[in-house]
Design a protein around this ligand. Structure first.
Ligand code: NAD
Length: 420
């Protein structure tokens, strides 16, 4: 079996190298090139939480703000045992790029707490979330920095963040966080938005490449918010989901998995493993399956130089942030794969977060149809802008997406100037 050494790559280092390479191929101000390679603010906090059995545990959390050149900072919060500062910095920087590619008026940020939410009781999770919110409330706010869900966090956690921030302000502040439950100012369509955005991108790319989605085969890595919804969306379009993986392993069925039954199994057992209507495969084996579309929707660095050559899918739709390392990217390009890069493929989430924020600020809510229609318009425009640039400049979709983002950030920076 191929040994997977992907984890050793430093995502922020990779981001900086990407910026150097992209800026080397285009006209961009030196100021923009330099500024993009650092985060504006990096906040680390160690905070205590009372555990159920009476002990006190110290947690470490982060909020990193990369850029607010194009608008307020925006980015999710990750709860994961292995998260570290450089990972959060990379995630914040990718948010800046993503918002610029889809042309919404946000900068980029990200937050995290080193913890395993699965081992905390609901009460411990709530106390930990509320204390973390209190600690980062010097930075966040509806006109400053707006968090959202990411790996290990969900609408309930967003509700606690909104409530904690509001209690300390003395009034309900809907716009402080997105990805909230509908009952307290969330947007219809937000939960599905990232997976739906992946689907919209895949449909556009399939048309461009002459691939069929209806009847096509798909493998999905990760079965959480993004991967779970993407799998459902592809099923609804007539695709066969031949494999799915989660942190414990993978499930394969050449005839196609029943995604609804698999979701039910996961709700009951907490994992996809043990699902009767498929055979068990490893997480790495999933990446090398013969299929039309591969959707990495788990964590960073899962496709690296060690395993990129075994990818057989014609199209890769990056539901996750940073799933492909630069070496792997070069291998995929050489092998003729069409990669829809993360900063485009998974931007549906931040687009509908933007819609949720706008609805919250106006206290005027849209129908699900309106949300999905607007999302489709934004993604359609972004996909075609990136595709046209990639054809014009003869570069990959990833390089084109970065070029478009850097160009937009640079022109905003030039207009604003360097203060004072
Ligand atoms: P999630 O916590 O809901 O799900 C993550 C899934 O990945 C889980 O099923 C987990 O078991 C699985 N996983 C973890 N390690 C794995 C591995 N090594 N192999 C296979 N599966 C593994 O998180 P999510 O919100 O779905 O986020 C997934 C990715 O999408 C992350 O990179 C995140 O930053 C990105 N993303 C999320 C959103 C969003 O709106 N939630 C938006 C844009 C990008």
């Amino acid at each position: 079996m191929i040994q997977n050494t992907c984890e050793t790559n430093n995502p922020f280092q990779m981001f900086k190298e990407r910026i150097d390479s992209v800026c080397g191929h285009m006209k961009v101000s030196e100021a923009c090139h330099t500024i993009l390679k650092e985060c504006k603010r990096e906040f680390t906090v160690h905070f205590p939480v009372k555990m159920d059995e009476g002990s006190t545990k110290l947690f470490t959390g982060y909020r990193v703000q990369h850029s607010d050149t194009r608008g307020p900072f925006k980015g999710g919060i990750r709860f994961h045992p292995d998260v570290n500062l450089d990972e959060v910095k990379a995630l914040a920087a990718w948010m800046t790029m993503k918002a610029a590619v889809v042309n919404i008026p946000y900068g980029g940020a990200k937050g995290a707490v080193i913890c395993n939410p699965k081992t905390l009781s609901q009460n411990e999770l709530e106390r930990m979330t509320r204390r973390y919110t209190s600690e980062v409330s010097v930075l966040i706010g509806p006109e400053k920095d707006i968090p959202a869900p990411d790996v290990g966090t969900n609408p309930q956690i967003m509700a606690w963040i909104m409530d904690t921030y509001s209690m300390n302000r003395g009034n309900s502040v809907l716009g402080v966080v997105t990805g909230k439950p509908i009952e307290i100012g969330g947007s219809l369509g937000r939960f599905e938005a990232t997976g739906r955005g992946c689907m919209i991108n895949a449909l556009l790319a399939a048309k461009h490449l002459g691939i069929k989605i209806d009847g096509g085969t798909v493998a999905v890595q990760g079965f959480g918010n993004v991967g779970g919804v993407a799998a459902k969306m592809f099923t609804q379009k007539g695709s066969r989901i031949i494999a799915v993986s989660d942190s414990r392993g993978g499930i394969y069925n050449e005839k196609g998995l029943d995604i609804y039954a698999l979701q039910h199994h996961k709700q009951k057992t907490g994992t996809i493993i043990g699902f009767k209507e498929g055979e068990t495969i490893t997480k790495n084996e999933l990446l090398g399956l013969k299929c039309d579309i591969l959707v990495p929707a788990a964590l960073e660095n899962t496709i690296c130089a060690d395993n990129a050559d075994m990818v057989q899918a014609r199209m890769i739709v990056e539901g996750a942030n940073g799933p492909t390392t630069p070496d792997a990217d070069a291998i995929l390009n050489d092998n003729g794969k069409f990669v829809i890069p993360d900063i485009l493929a998974n931007a549906g989430g931040v687009v509908v977060s933007y819609f949720e924020w706008v609805q919250g600020l106006q206290s005027f809510f849209w129908s699900e149809e309106q949300v999905n229609q607007q999302l489709e318009t934004v993604m359609n425009n972004a996909f075609h802008e990136v595709l046209e640039l990639s054809q014009h400049e003869k570069v990959s979709m990833r390089e084109a997406a970065y070029m478009l983002a850097v160009k937009r950030i640079d022109s905003a920076l030039m207009l604003r100037g360097i203060y004072p």
